[in-house]
Design a protein around this ligand. Structure first.
Ligand code: SF4
Ligand code: SF4
Length: 161
């Protein structure tokens, strides 16, 4: 397999993410509740019994790059939230959620499961699992091209550490 530099890998990851976001928005999201009408904004990112988003090494690098470009106070706040999460936690309040702002990597490095997530009233309105898993397989191949080997998916808090 031809190796790829990390920066190129992050660029290709962004293209996959944009296509996936477009697909979800065009075909599914209009059937979901709008987040602007949510009575519990951020519940889907902060619920320590619910959030278990897993990312691969390349996605982690994209997030770290995005966080590295944020102002010092925002990065410190993310660091403080990270400190409060148990290292072994399977479920966690995502440190990338900023109250009053939302997901800090929404535009830059949002993981695919987060893009796919919305509150749908009927199960048949949800995007099919295969749509997400096929894109995740693409990202796994990309990550292998960059790092030369496959690695396990990790919770965001572990990947950021
Ligand atoms: S995804 Fe659901 S819980 Fe999360 S902010 Fe949107 S409406 Fe609220
Ligand atoms: S990455 Fe963003 S959307 Fe996903 S759980 Fe964290 S704050 Fe929420």
């Amino acid at each position: 397999m031809r190796r790829l530099g990390e920066s190129s890998g992050i660029e290709r990851l962004a293209a996959i993410r944009d296509e996936f976001r477009w697909d979800i928005a065009e075909r599914f999201e209009h059937r979901a509740k709008t987040c602007s009408s949510c009575e519990t904004p951020g519940a889907c990112c902060l619920d320590e019994h619910f959030v278990n988003v897993r990312i691969n090494r390349l996605e982690a690098s994209a997030i770290r790059k995005a966080v590295g470009e944020m102002p010092d106070d925002v990065r410190s706040a993310i660091g403080a939230r990270l400190e409060r999460i148990d290292h072994d936690a399977e479920f966690y309040a995502c440190p990338l959620y900023e109250s009053g702002v939302g997901c800090l990597v929404h535009e830059t490095a949002k993981p695919l499961p987060c893009i796919a997530h919305a509150c749908y009233e009927r199960p048949e309105h949800l995007p099919p699992d295969e749509l997400l898993s096929s894109r995740e397989r693409e990202i796994d191949r990309l990550s292998r091209q960059v790092y030369g080997r496959g690695e396990p998916l990790r919770p965001i808090h572990t990947a950021l550490r």
